[in-house]
Write a protein that binds this ligand. Structure first.
Ligand code: IVH
Length: 674
């Protein structure tokens, strides 16, 4: 073996080892080596990569050599969830954001936005009661954070007492390490963000205090009483309390201002002592923020406008096909490994068949790769001048990896043919089935800690899991013999799997992956069926027809969803798969958030446009007050609310016929005290 090959081999082996240690720590919280052993291995790898730069092509250490938590911290529920932000990448995305806000609020004037640099660090929340810092949490999964108070108090930037503070206030912000300070820590961590994250989650707060962590405050969680009217007022007050607030925060409104601000900040970026990966735009008025509210993951009132992505050139060596959980066939370019923004990329998505044809992308082509933030790297363009004369056009396979033919769907709403080819065999296709399993164990579904995508791949190959029900009867004796598994990690896996057996109906519905049924729709269905026994009736041909008819009344469930549910439940394989899964679970009834409001238990429908609010806001307000929104006029309807602008005559007539109460736009405002 050549010397270089030997080094490569050692490097690969060490990475594998470290990868396993890391996985046991991060995914399972079950260490099998001591801290010093882990650190030694980490150092060896870093030294090797430094000495032999060619190794960097094999595997980037950024993702492997993070810092691990030395111990578990106590998990604490956030008083208000720490949401994430939607992303914008270009002017059009920002125009879209502005339009959506104005539509929701039914507002015509230019809305003020607070523009704040998006610091690339680790977010934390600090709770002050009667002006005293009581505890501090990491973001965690957004719902539960980790109690890292002892480490947070070592940060000099964070005040321990606030003068004339409200009874309760939670200050949220970003913990980071300055670029200069990071220079001294470079050998230990891959980048400043990793360093900040690692230091914050040290078990020993003395270790944390040795690292120069800094803080920028940018928001609040719970606050009693509510004393602020605007984001700008909040930032001002945070400053007087002694929190560092980023000096580049400012107010903007028009799209031109946003664009100008964006490029100015992008130019400034390299001169700053901290990493900034974009600008966060927030609706300045808290009253508007409240009205806008949030979707399941992110607020409607804020967005992160990312800086332009980093590009690099490479060559396509092969075009492979991947099958997703919905059967979608995605072409993936296998490229010569190239570093794009600090990460080694060797796969890039080509989206779909149309995209390949449009750009005439071929194997052997020199291409430009782009990676923006956490988005999957993509092929942006081909340099045709470098193309080999003998290169051949790529013929997109019309078959799935399972050998069966694929289809392009026609949208029921737009009547357009989808650009994506799909394998329609669902659980009958092994490739789709494996992806469905990955979805089932994922965070928003069964949320089984320790059973990630890689583990599923591994277990699948070993025939340990083939169907969802298999997860609940794993052969642990066999797993214990596998590399990387020990008693402790198996114990944890078993616990996590058992815990997940108690699942609420709507989560279950989302988990089984019916096409076009995402989290929101699963909630609507959960609320409709209430119990899993009722939901299972969909498998009964006769009952299904009636149920589907009733589903038509639900707002949010349209023809596309109904057809998809019909398809799913008429499939024999699905029947087997889902029934055997149900038989090993304890599915909890849908928990309705009992909203006792003005419209408690009332069915409401809207027609026409309103002057003072959008349809979305009207719906949100009705729901907040306990109403159920229906999508068609039927006997079940209690109120038909008629907006002044172009209501549908037919609906009003039908409602009159059925003696449904009609509510005018004016009385609607009265009901809401607006
Ligand atoms: S506001 C619900 N403001 O970006 C809105 N976030 O993906 C919460 N971040 O987790 C965030 N600078 O870690 C906000 N000025 C800023 C920020 C900021 C950095 C981070 C934060 C958050 C992530 C959003």
């Amino acid at each position: 073996m050549k010397n270089q090959d030997k080094i490569k081999k050692t490097y690969k082996e060490k990475i594998k080892k470290l990868f396993n240690f890391n996985r046991l720590y991060f995914e399972k919280d079950s260490p099998i080596v001591s801290d010093s052993e882990f650190d030694k291995l980490k150092q060896e790898l870093l030294q090797l990569a430094k000495k032999h730069p060619f190794l960097k092509k094999i595997e980037n250490l950024d993702n492997l050599v993070g810092s691990r938590p030395s111990a578990k911290f106590k998990k604490v529920k956030h008083s208000k969830p720490m949401l994430s932000l939607g992303n914008a990448f270009k002017k059009e995305d920002m125009l879209d954001f502005k339009k959506k806000i104005n539509n929701f609020l039914n507002n015509k004037s230019e809305i003020q936005l607070s523009s704040e640099p998006k610091i690339d660090g680790i977010s934390a929340t600090l709770r002050y009661e009667n002006g005293k810092l009581t505890y501090g949490l990491s973001r965690g999964d957004g719902v539960f954070g980790e109690n890292i108070t002892e480490n947070l108090v070592t940060i000099g930037d964070i005040p321990k007492n606030l003068v004339e503070a409200p009874k309760v206030i939670e200050v949220r912000g970003e913990v980071y390490i300055g670029k200069q300070d990071f220079e001294k820590l470079k050998d230990k961590f891959a980048n400043p963000r990793n360093a900040a994250g690692g230091s914050l989650r040290q078990k020993d707060s003395k270790e944390t205090s040795n690292i120069p962590l800094k803080f920028f405050a940018y928001g609040i969680g719970e606050i009693i009483p509510k004393i602020f009217e605007k984001q700008t007022d909040l930032l001002k007050k945070l400053k007087t309390w002694g929190f560092p607030v980023n000096p580049y925060c400012k107010i903007v409104s028009s799209i031109d201002e946003i664009e100008k601000n964006h490029s100015a900040m992008e130019d400034l970026r390299s001169t700053l002592d901290y990493d900034v990966d974009g600008i966060v735009y927030k609706v300045n008025d808290f009253n508007f923020q409240n009205r806008l509210g949030s979707t399941s993951n992110s607020p409607r009132w804020a967005i992160a406008y990312k800086f332009s992505s980093v590009k690099a050139s490479s060559t396509i060596r092969d075009i492979a096909i991947q099958v997703g959980r919905t059967g979608a066939i995605t072409p993936v370019a296998k490229i010569d490994p190239v570093t794009v923004g600090g990460v080694v990329v060797s796969n890039a998505t080509l989206h779909n068949e149309d995209e390949i044809n449009r750009k005439d992308i071929r194997v052997g082509d020199a291409v430009i790769i782009q990676r923006a933030g956490d988005v999957i790297p993509q092929v942006v363009s081909v340099d045709k001048s470098k193309r080999n004369k003998n290169s051949k056009k790529f013929i997109f396979p019309d078959k799935c990896l399972c050998g069966s033919s694929t289809k392009k769907e026609i949208s029921m709403t737009t009547k357009k043919t989808d650009a994506v080819r799909r394998c329609t065999r669902g659980y009958e296709c092994d490739f789709t089935a494996k992806e469905k399993l990955k979805h089932i164990v994922s965070k928003d579904a069964f949320d089984i800690e320790g059973l990630g995508k890689k583990v599923i791949d591994n277990f699948w190959e070993l025939n340990l899991v083939k169907t969802p029900a298999d997860i609940f009867s794993l052969d642990y004796e066999k797993i214990e013999k596998l590399e990387g598994w020990g008693k402790l990690s198996i114990n944890n896996l078993q616990k996590a799997i058992n815990k997940s057996k108690n699942i609420v109906l709507d989560r279950f519905i989302y988990s089984i992956g019916i096409r076009h049924i995402g989290q929101e729709n699963a909630k609507i269905l959960g609320n409709f069926f209430k119990k899993s026994e009722k939901f299972s009736e969909l498998f009964n041909v006769k009952k299904r027809k009636d149920i589907l008819k009733n589903l038509e009344d639900l707002d949010g469930i349209g023809d596309t969803q109904i057809k998809s549910i019909d398809d799913f439940f008429s499939n024999k394989k699905n029947y087997q798969i889902i029934q055997s899964l149900i038989s090993v679970l304890d599915i909890k009834n849908f928990q309705k958030i009992n909203r006792t409001g003005k419209f408690s238990n009332k069915n409401i429908m809207f027609t026409g446009g309103f002057e003072k609010m959008s349809r979305s806001e009207a719906k949100a307000l009705a729901e907040e007050n306990g109403a159920k929104i229906l999508g068609s006029v039927s006997k079940k309807l209690d109120y038909l609310v008629i907006g002044n602008s172009k209501p549908t005559k037919k609906k009003i007539e039908k409602a009159k016929e059925l003696k449904v109460d009609l509510v005018t736009e004016e009385s609607w405002y009265n009901l809401l005290d607006r």
